[in-house]
Design a protein around this ligand. Structure first.
Ligand code: FAD
Length: 385
């Protein structure tokens, strides 16, 4: 049933990237407190992203002719794994490097490729993803934001929500309705590149339950866009978005969100407990390690499918479902362990990290598609729906 999860290993040439990435992280993220590093996904540093671009660690999967490195998905796996394990701030280049550039490469015009992709590879063009709307999250076919054809371009009206880092971004790739009504479902949807500085665009930050404001509401009020805003063919947005979501769900990103906390807790146990007392947590650490290793192997198997030019939609959904459950388990078991040792001194930094990860963890299984939606995809892939 799961013969597509074939065990694969990371090629030596890609493994060898690790030390150079670690050097940059040390230079840039040195001295960052643990609770800041735990924000990695949300951590925004345009300077850090530009440094990664300058050192050749962005656009690893993209062709050299557009400023990429032509190295393929395994090298991206290694770099992403290093960045997330260290808690480096990845948000400034994250979505452009992972989704927007491959989308433009696959569906964009030659002019769009030459204009956007080299800037993405240098960490200079920041993108956000405009799929969700009030009333269209899991059910993206219900998108109502509409772009009407006008002489030489498009007139855009509507609203997006939960748009990560819209407030810092230069562009949004928006899924919009270009013909028909929401009753037409997937038909009539298209993807447009929206310049977020254009007149008529309003970005309003939303504060989440941790107190951070990493996502936003975005309003379009008679926004005029050129003809060249369209990516791919009009009316084929659904097909394009489905391929884009496979990029979003298939990486190691879906396993490592709590890893900075895990690392800090293990260091705490090593430094504050006598050897005999550490035996209490050994079975837990063993269980966590076994799950981590299995999920990592599954994610590498997905990466091997991407490297073979395939789109591992089903496998990526399984990794995301199991991976986010693992990420959500860690703050619970670590919190339980610390609570079971009330006489032990725990640093403020570890407490703040635990508090942050505990608060943000529910979002792990929402962003990029909810657990129920992924399980629907898995059931369909197994011929059950
Ligand atoms: C941290 C974070 C960052 C995000 N960033 C972005 C972003 O950058 N760009 C963007 O476009 N969106 C973003 N989102 C939005 C995210 O993709 C949506 O929240 C998600 O798709 C769910 O949509 P919804 O919130 O409208 O919930 P709904 O679709 O209303 O779902 C509510 C509940 O009903 C369940 N449900 C819905 N339909 C079904 C069904 N058919 N069968 C079974 N159960 C079902 C869902 O699983 C969920 O539990 C982000 C969300 C979070 C939490």
């Amino acid at each position: 049933m799961f013969d597509t999860f074939a065990i694969a290993s990371l090629p030596e040439a890609d493994e060898s990237l690790r030390s150079a990435v670690r050097d940059i992280i040390v230079r840039c993220a040195k001295g960052m407190p643990t609770d800041q590093r735990a924000r990695s996904w949300q951590g925004f540093s345009a300077e850090f992203s530009r440094m990664l671009g300058a050192e050749g660690f962005l656009g690893l999967t993209l062709p050299e002719q557009y400023g990429g490195r032509d190295r393929g998905p395994f090298s991206r796996f290694v770099v992403v794994e290093e960045l997330l394990c260290a808690g480096a701030p990845v948000a400034a280049h994250w979505m452009a490097d992972r989704q927007s550039a491959p989308l433009i490469l696959n569906y964009g015009t030659e002019t769009q490729r030459q204009f956007y992709i080299p800037r993405i590879c240098r960490g200079e063009a920041l993108f956000c993803i405009g799929m969700s709307e009030p009333g269209a999250g899991s059910d993206l076919a219900g998108v109502r934001t509409r772009a009407e054809r006008r002489d030489g371009g498009w007139l855009l009206n509507g609203q997006k929500i939960w748009t990560t880092h819209a407030v810092h971004s230069d562009y949004m790739i928006a899924l919009v309705r270009t013909s028909g009504t929401s009753a037409d479902r997937q038909g009539g949807l298209s993807q447009l590149i929206v310049d977020l500085k254009a007149p008529g665009v309003t970005v309003r930050p939303i504060t989440d339950l941790t107190g951070d404001a990493h996502f936003s509401e975005v309003f379009f009020d008679n926004v005029e866009l050129g003809e060249d805003a369209l990516i791919g063919n009009e009316g084929e947005g659904w097909k394009q978005v489905t391929a884009e979501l496979a990029f979003e769900r298939s990486g190691p990103e879906r396993i490592y969100s709590s890893v900075v906390l895990l690392d800090a807790w293990i260091r705490h146990v090593q430094s504050s407990r006598q050897i005999a007392a550490r035996a209490d947590v050994s079975p837990l650490v063993g269980r966590i390690t076994a799950e981590f290793a299995t999920l990592r192997a599954m994610s590498i198997a997905c990466t091997a499918r991407l490297a073979a030019g395939e789109s591992p939609v089903l496998e990526a959904s399984i990794v995301k479902d199991r991976g986010t459950s693992f990420e959500q388990l860690l703050p619970i078991v670590i919190g339980d362990d610390l609570a079971a040792h009330p006489d032990e001194a725990v640093s403020d930094e570890l407490y703040r990290t635990l508090l942050y990860v505990t608060h943000i963890a529910p979002s792990f299984s929402l962003r990029g598609g909810t657990r129920e939606i992924l399980r629907g995809i898995i059931a369909r892939g197994m011929g059950l729906r």
